[in-house]
Design a protein around this ligand. Structure first.
Ligand SMILES: *[C@@H]1O[C@H](CO)[C@@H](O)[C@H](O)[C@H]1NC(C)=O
Ligand SMILES: *[C@@H]1O[C@H](CO)[C@@H](O)[C@H](O)[C@H]1NC(C)=O
Length: 125
């Protein structure tokens, strides 16, 4: 009887701990959303932009990173790096994981396309 109570308490504490631990991991990443940075590196016409998509979470890989990419055309980049799925929807690295702090970079030569991250999932376990 006493043993069972102790067991239940311990199980409860363990579950609470596991829950907090898990939340802790995800919230650590939540402040580190993936970024899409563009730097102009060519100044002729058309200009050249360097795009850097980075997983800013130092703990966990991120998968299935989608970017709002407007009318970006597949002609500008290797689809393994950055695949145009449709208007305003591009996927980075074929949706495969970016390791903690990993960066995917490419250049395109065109008038600037506005880009921002839209979807991503951290893999914290
Ligand atoms: C994107 O392409 C569509 C259809 O070709 C066009 O209507 C729209 O103006 C374009 N948007 C930009 C920002 O160039
Ligand atoms: C992009 O272009 C710049 C300037 O030409 C070059 O230094 C850089 O290595 C290029 N980066 C990639 C990822 O192609």
């Amino acid at each position: 009887m006493l043993n069972q109570t102790v067991f239940k308490l311990m199980l409860g504490a363990l579950l609470a701990f596991a829950y907090l631990f898990n939340q802790g991991w995800s919230s650590k990443c939540a402040a580190d959303i993936p970024t899409v940075k563009q730097t102009q590196v060519g100044f002729k016409k058309p200009p050249i932009f360097l795009v850097e998509v980075q997983n800013n979470c130092p703990m966990c890989p991120v998968i299935d990173v989608h970017v709002k990419c407007g009318n970006f055309s597949q002609d500008h980049v290797n689809p393994n790096l950055f695949k145009v799925l449709g208007h305003n929807d591009c996927v980075v690295n074929g949706g495969l994981p970016l390791a903690p702090l990993q960066k995917i970079s490419f250049n395109y030569s065109h008038r600037k396309f506005v880009m921002s991250p839209s979807i991503w999932y951290f893999q914290c376990e």
